[in-house]
Write a protein that binds this ligand. Structure first.
Ligand SMILES: [Zn+2]
Length: 82
């Protein structure tokens, strides 16, 4: 039975989600991963099988289906900026 480890909600839904995996310092964005998503807080939970198969797929250096450019920001607390 599902129980969210963030908010303890017991309601979830199954969705296809997009997740970024960092392997060997390189980011890999993987689409269409079947995940259990918490109905309350949106936490995405992947099965151990899904995580393992994605990681082994990425370690096999697959050809990406497309490339996207991503703007990267670094969070800085306001107190440090001032
Ligand atoms: Zn939750």
């Amino acid at each position: 039975m599902f129980k969210c480890h963030i908010c303890s909600s017991e309601e979830s839904r199954i969705e296809y989600v997009t997740e970024i995996f960092k392997i060997d310092g390189k980011f890999h964005l993987v689409e269409n991963i079947l995940a259990t998503v918490c109905s309350r807080c949106g936490e995405e939970i992947f099965s151990r099988e899904a995580t393992e198969s994605i990681r082994s797929m990425l370690h096999g250096k697959p050809e990406p289906i497309k490339s996207i450019s991503v703007d990267v920001f670094s969070y800085q607390p306001e107190s440090k900026v001032a």
